[in-house]
Design a protein around this ligand. Structure first.
Ligand SMILES: *Cc1c(COP(=O)(O)O)cnc(C)c1O
Length: 483
């Protein structure tokens, strides 16, 4: 049998080193242009990557598999580090985090119990402590890494539901299930919040009817007067408002809900306040702009996504909770895993706080990249993205053929090409397709106020003003050709 694992054995080490070196070489060779995408449309791509069998009778061996990977896959991969790539909150991963991924996979620790990840558990605890301090969450706070913003939101909503039922309704929801009057529970979030909020309400037995969608103002922020009116109305008819989910960086616009005012309402009505900061959490590292998100300290829980503005590889996210006792809602003891006596002897079993069981050591990526670049390095990266967004906004405002939906608060700019014809929706759609297949430039598309819009999500600090100017003139030219 060929080498299976990295062991203390010299032959295994040599095999590992060779595979890794060849892989790194192949990746570097495939970065042969600055374009984000090589261009093929779906049907063409299916043909290019086709193999008759992926599970042959006898293995092809490493060299052959490497060359197939080089031939079929790497040239067609999206190059996320390209500054031509900007459709979603999905960006490139900084170099040191690629090294971290190598460590994570080589050791393959699982974060559920201390005996599966001794050092990794202690590192995750230290990183969580650092994050709680970063968001000024106080000494009773705690948190856990998750698979993404979706799971972070799910965790927070579940904890909020259980806290409300236990503390306010005096119902043991873990044992008895939802209280009899569960149809009266209400959670409030803006009409443009992430769909994972509504999905969580569906999953946790509350149903979409429990989700009250609050309108946004012209800056795409939750309207506080409307929120207050809905809560008061619900209270007056005997409904049970238990949670507000504010968004700190909406997925499309990057708008930030008015956290201070929402926190005031939550305190007044005895509700949990969760901040979905999957996008905006990174702003805390910008020395210039951190005040925009400093009110996160007023929330009961925060979703932090590291695979967005923080530029770390998927998956990497955390949920922070101001009162660590709220995590008790997720603890179930299993004889084979997280024994009660472990805890008493100082062995932390992180499964007690998590919706997952087997879980990656993603905290290492934060540990390595925070240490590598420090506050100043990270501030420069995040500030640069935000300044690029303001620059693009100003640039578009100066041109009569563009309409910009709202001024960016983080790093997304949503706009449309306007020719004045009835075909503008179709023209904007076609501009995006032309950029993708004709130029290898990947931008976003969404709908605002009923009209198709284009979107630049500027996460990549390598983006320059000159390049933005160039992109805007390409869009202008293509738009004019289509009009
Ligand atoms: C991306 C995003 C999410 C979902 O996060 P994933 O990491 O993709 O699961 C949730 N909320 C907001 C505001 C987001 O932008």
């Amino acid at each position: 049998m060929n080498s299976l694992f990295i062991t203390e054995n010299a032959e295994d080490k040599a095999a590992y080193k060779k595979m890794m070196a060849q892989t790194v070489e192949a990746i570097c060779n495939a970065f042969d242009s600055s374009a984000a995408y090589s261009g093929p449309e779906p049907y063409e791509l299916k043909q290019k990557i086709h193999l008759d069998s992926i599970l042959p009778e006898n293995g092809l061996g490493w060299e052959k598999v490497l060359s197939l990977t080089e031939e079929k896959i790497l040239p067609n991969m999206l190059r996320t580090p390209s500054s031509d790539y900007m459709p979603h909150l999905h960006g490139p991963a900084v170099l040191e985090s690629l090294a971290a991924e190598a460590v994570i996979s080589a050791y393959n620790q699982s974060m559920d119990s201390w005996d599966q990840s001794p050092a990794a558990t202690e590192i995750e605890l230290a990183v969580i402590r650092c994050l709680c301090d970063l968001y000024n969450f106080g000494q009773h706070s705690d948190g856990v890494f998750t698979s993404g913003g979706t799971q972070s939101n799910q965790t927070a909503i579940l904890l909020a539901r259980d806290w409300y039922c236990t503390e306010k309704l005096k119902v043991d929801i873990r044992k008895c299930g939802l209280p009899e009057n569960f149809k009266k529970l209400r959670l409030y979030t803006s009409e443009i919040s992430h769909f994972s909020i509504e999905k969580a309400a569906q999953m946790f037995g509350l149903g979409s009817d429990a989700v009250v969608k609050i309108p946004v103002d012209e800056k795409r922020r939750m309207s506080v007067p409307a929120l207050r009116a809905h809560i008061e109305q619900d209270v007056s008819v005997g409904n049970l408002p238990f949670l507000v989910v504010g968004t700190v960086g909406t997925t499309d616009f990057g708008s930030i809900d008015p956290l201070e005012e929402i926190a005031g309402l939550c305190a007044q009505y005895g509700m949990w306040f969760h901040a979905d900061a999957a996008y905006g959490s990174g702003v805390i590292l910008s020395e210039t702009y951190k005040a925009r998100v400093s009110a996160l300290e007023l929330c009961d829980s925060i979703t932090v996504d590291f695979h967005k503005l923080f530029l770390l590889p998927i998956s990497c996210s955390a949920v922070l909770v101001k009162d660590s006792r709220d995590f008790d809602a997720l603890t179930i003891h299993a004889d084979y895993l997280n024994r009660v006596e472990d805890e008493e002897d100082g062995y932390t079993n992180l499964v007690d706080k998590s919706l997952q069981t087997t879980r990656r050591f993603d905290a290492l990526k934060v540990w390595m990249s925070f240490l590598c670049r420090g506050k100043s390095g990270w501030s420069e990266i995040i500030t640069k993205s935000m300044e690029n967004a303001s620059y693009l906004y100003q640039l578009l405002l100066q041109k009569r053929c563009f309409y910009v939906v709202t001024e960016p608060e983080i790093s997304s700019v949503v706009f449309r090409f306007v020719s004045g014809s009835e075909n503008d929706d179709e023209i904007n759609r076609r501009i995006r397709r032309t950029l993708l297949h004709g130029y290898g430039i990947v931008i976003g598309q969404t709908v605002a106020d009923g009209h198709v819009c284009l979107k630049f999500t500027l996460l990549n600090p390598l983006m320059t003003h000159e390049k933005l100017e160039n992109l805007v003139s390409i869009i202008q030219d293509e738009g004019k050709k289509l009009a």
